[in-house]
Write a protein that binds this ligand. Structure first.
Ligand code: TRP
Ligand code: ZN
Length: 865
């Protein structure tokens, strides 16, 4: 089968690198399949590292797939010992103290389909070095705790030659760049191509002018203004909110079509997946605009949280990612609506992170071992990492948080830090002991919280007691889960809907703990875990009447939405399990929300969306039942139809009233109106045969409504003409055609999903080596819950076939996409056997990448149990 099992890297084995790097000078002679890279690197002994034996330390450099042409130490040729992963120069070939390493290597950007290191995308040279891609460019200590200033010279006839830092001269056929800020190699970037700039400028609070540019292919300029505007607002926001100023003369963003992830925060030269830059009303949806705004902010915010202060090792990834996600979430709340953003973030957290935490891929926010680090850019590190910071902020308060962050920047600027450093600044700034809190970083799994209530009336008013119990189920490698600190935001309402106790932050630290509220006139209705104050599952049996009451009256918008959500989930569970009728309490509650013009349309839209089929499958599994994907699908449709029939006049009226005439604006208020409009349309389509969707498709003046209408037509099997028209209209626009590829398998009737996916895979536009296109089709299929899980196994087979096809070409993306199989354990024995067979087929494939080997192996792991 395979070679020796790939080695795990362990946090416990961390040791500093024996040398520091005093400076890096790189020269690139670009050529598509034979680029030469000359490196001149200064090394000095690292005082932080224990002395080695009498001979001193060998020089170990990482390097993969590099043809070494020459190597010198202090000008004298040396013959390093080379292996698959790098090279070693024996200590005896090194002088005692500082020295200069010079090497020339040749690499093949045009043949680099893995999109890691230096590669070509549509004729543009670009790089992706995080996490360990720099070692595919030249030999180097490719680890984040080795930081150095870089000087780069690029030689090429291409018109635009970019690297990190400030420009430092250019002439015909060359350009030089200097980055004065010491950085780890994963932040290195180079771009060369026939690009045009959309320019802007920003002056920092202290008066530094910064030249901003977004580099795109000719013809794409008019889809850049929104990204540019988002960038300026991000720069201003980081000054106002965190006191963080930009620190170079230029800030460049480049959009490329072939990219494994969303975007990358390379110092002064962010590289983006073009789908997170390019937007116009005709081509991008409101969701795209929101995503662009938040990712532009995210990458910009990394300049401080990630670049100026970086990670000591990759186990500390959440130090930069959790914090930067938390910051971009706060930014979006300030730009748009706080409650709406909170609900969106919790929806993502539950859909991605809870799912991960409850399955075979569960790992701590700070993992302590990995085989392939690229497999740890996960929802747990990112989204749960952000939640943990939200909890910290709730526990220490806004002022404590600001003080701690000020101390963090002051103390660790220029350093490669750890989670211990991070927690220490909070302890020092606020005087709080965070020993127990640290478990949120080291322990995997989602705590489950149960609650019981007691009420005792009294002359001076009654006493209401809430008793919480916490329990975290075991996760792979971690059986015992000691109790965590859980901030539980609670408010109490009286039976007429007034708030009698405004939000209080209860701090739970024990396994079981009670909190008392005294002097109450009558037994209150509790609103627990307001704002989703901790990433836990609240297991609380609540009568439909009480949920309906909270949906109507809760003063906390998050919990108001949550009450409706739980009501819908319970109603669907009864329809699925007991063939119950659609709940009138739910439908009336939704009707009241729909009619309440005092509520933000975006919020009303969120309330009208029923839990997804995947959420329902998880909820049924949690309740000890085996989810049947076909029944879930059918009953969810039945409930939507019942809602539509009962609320038709109101839905029709809102559908008409929420039209946004006049020129398109992507602002949150307009987007919210369109969201409500489309939420109404989705329900109405269940009973009108698709005629409203067809009419909207024909008249839509923006992509939000055009794609929304198309989605509904696909769902009712009426989309043939619309799909042809859409393809015709957008032929050649990659990002829009991606939508065409994703909507069909995602929304078509489940029994057709695998067939639709197969037909699309044979379409001439299925450029499967492009990660966006691959994700569009495969991600579309796996988003069709009942289609992917079709009892025939056709969905699984198609999906595994394509993972195997992609793996040799782009292992990173193949491995990420394999997570579609992670929830196998929920389903019936037949489906489990089918998934297991696909995982076994994957694992038995000769030459499988270590990326996919690790993922498929972990997912398969307990599959026999
Ligand atoms: N650091 C990037 C971000 O979150 C993520 C990223 C971009 C990445 N490209 C990658 C991670 C490639 C791993 C591999 O902003
Ligand atoms: Zn990031």
């Amino acid at each position: 089968m395979k070679d020796a099992a790939p080695q795990a890297t362990r946090l416990a084995d961390y040791a500093p690198y024996p040398f520091t790097v005093t400076g890096v000078e790189l020269t690139f002679r670009l050529s598509p399949s034979a680029t030469r890279v000359l490196a001149r690197i200064g090394f000095a002994p690292n005082p932080a590292r224990q002395p080695a034996g009498p001979g001193g330390h060998d020089l170990r450099l990482d390097g993969e797939k590099l043809a070494l042409l020459s190597a010198r130490v202090d000008g004298r040729p040396v013959r390093p010992v080379q292996d698959e992963a790098g090279l070693t120069v024996a200590a005896r070939d090194l002088p005692g103290g500082s020295f200069t390493w010079e090497a020339e290597v040749e690499i093949d950007p045009a043949g680099n389909t893995a999109l890691e290191g230096l590669y070509m995308s549509g004729g543009i040279y670009c790089t992706q070095c995080e996490a360990e891609g720099f070692r595919k460019i030249t030999f180097y200590p490719d680890r984040p705790d080795v930081m150095a200033p870089f000087r780069v010279r690029i030689e090429s006839d291409l018109p635009v030659l970019l690297s990190n830092g400030n420009p430092n001269g250019a002439g015909p056929g060359w350009a030089e760049w200097t980055d004065p800020w010491p950085k780890p190699a994963y932040l290195f970037a180079l771009v060369a191509g026939d690009l045009v700039a959309v320019r802007g400028s920003f002056t920092t609070t202290s008066g530094r002018p910064v030249a901003l540019a977004i580099w795109v292919r000719k013809g794409d300029e008019d889809r850049c203004p929104y990204a540019m505007d988002s960038l300026k607002r991000s720069m201003k926001w980081d000054e106002d909110t965190y006191g963080r100023e930009y620190d170079l003369d230029v800030f460049n963003i480049v959009a490329v079509d072939d990219f494994n992830m969303g975007a990358m925060e390379n110092k002064g030269l962010n590289i983006f997946n073009s789908k997170l830059v390019l937007a116009s009303p005709e081509t991008a949806t409101d969701a795209d605009f929101e995503r662009i705004e938040s990712v532009i902010a995210h990458e910009y915010f990394h300049n401080w949280t990630g670049n100026r202060i970086t990670c000591r090792d990759w186990f500390q990834l959440c130090l930069k990612e959790g914090l930067t996600v938390f910051r971009d979430q706060e930014f979006t709340k300030d730009m748009r609506s706080e409650p709406v953003k909170r609900i969106e973030d919790v929806l993502t957290l539950r859909a991605r992170q809870f799912r991960e935490d409850m399955g075979p891929l569960a790992h701590p926010v700070r993992p302590d071992s990995y085989i392939e680090i690229n497999n740890f850019y996960t929802a747990t590190v990112y989204e749960k990492g952000a939640e943990v910071i939200g909890m910290l902020k709730r526990l220490v308060g806004d002022d404590g948080y600001r003080k701690a962050l000020d101390l963090y920047f002051a103390r660790h600027d220029g350093e490669a830090a750890t989670i211990e450093d991070w927690l220490k600044v909070f302890e020092d700034a606020t005087g709080r002991d965070l020993t127990q809190f640290k478990r949120w970083y080291t322990d995997a799994g989602t705590p489950r919280l149960t609650v019981s209530e007691a009420w005792s009336p009294g002359k001076e008013g009654g006493t209401y007691t809430l008793t919480f119990h916490q329990k975290t189920p075991p996760t792979p490698g971690q059986d015992r889960k000691p109790p965590r600190v859980i901030p539980i935001a609670v408010g109490l309402l009286n039976p007429n809907g007034d708030e009698v106790v405004p939000t209080e932050m209860l701090e739970m630290t024990e396994v079981t703990q009670s909190f008392r509220f005294e002097g109450l006139a009558s037994r209150p209705v509790p609103s627990i875990l307001r704002g989703f104050s901790a990433p836990v599952v609240l297991d609380r049996e609540v009568a439909a009447k009480e949920r309906a009451f909270l949906l109507a009256h809760d003063t906390d918008p998050f919990n108001r939405w949550e009450a409706g959500r739980a009501l819908a989930r319970d109603a669907l569970a009864r329809m699925i399990g007991e063939a119950a009728d659609p709940s009138p309490a739910l439908i009336d509650g939704l009707g009241a929300v729909l009619a309440d013009e005092g509520l933000d349309p975006a919020f009303r839209a969120l309330c009208l969306h029923l839990p997804s089929e995947d959420d329902l499958a998880q909820a049924l599994h949690d309740a000890g039942r085996v989810p049947d994907p076909d029944r879930i699908h059918a009953e969810r449709l039945r409930l939507e139809a019942a809602i539509a029939r009962r609320l038709e006049p109101a839905l029709s009226a809102a559908f008409a009233a929420m039209a946004t005439p006049g020129p398109f604006s992507p602002d949150a208020a307009s987007a919210g109106r369109r969201a409500l409009r489309l939420a109404c349309l989705a329900l109405l389509t269940r009973i009108d045969g698709g005629h409203r969707a067809a009419a909207l498709f024909d008249t839509a003046g923006n992509m939000t409504e055009s794609a929304g209408a198309l989605a509904n037509l696909i769902a009712v099997g009426q989309a043939e003409a619309a799909l042809a028209a859409f393809h015709d209209r957008w032929n050649g626009n990659r990002l829009v055609i991606d939508k065409w590829f994703t909507l069909q398998p995602a929304l078509c009737p489940p029994d057709r999903a695998a067939g639709v996916a197969e037909r699309l895979a044979a379409h001439p536009d299925f450029d499967w080596k492009n990660p966006n296109r691959f994700r569009a089709l495969l991600g579309g299929l796996s988003a069709n819950h009942a289609g992917f899980h079709a009892a025939t196994g056709a969905g699984y087979r198609f999906y595994a076939d394509w993972l195997l096809r992609l793996d040799p070409v782009n292992p990173q993306t193949a491995a990420r996409m394999s997570t579609a199989f992670q929830s196998w354990a929920r389903y019936d024995a037949d489906r489990k056997a089918l998934i297991r067979a696909e995982l076994d087929r994957i694992l038995a494939t000769p030459g499988l990448s270590r990326d996919l080997t690790e993922m498929a192996g972990r997912i398969r792991g307990a599959a026999d149990a």
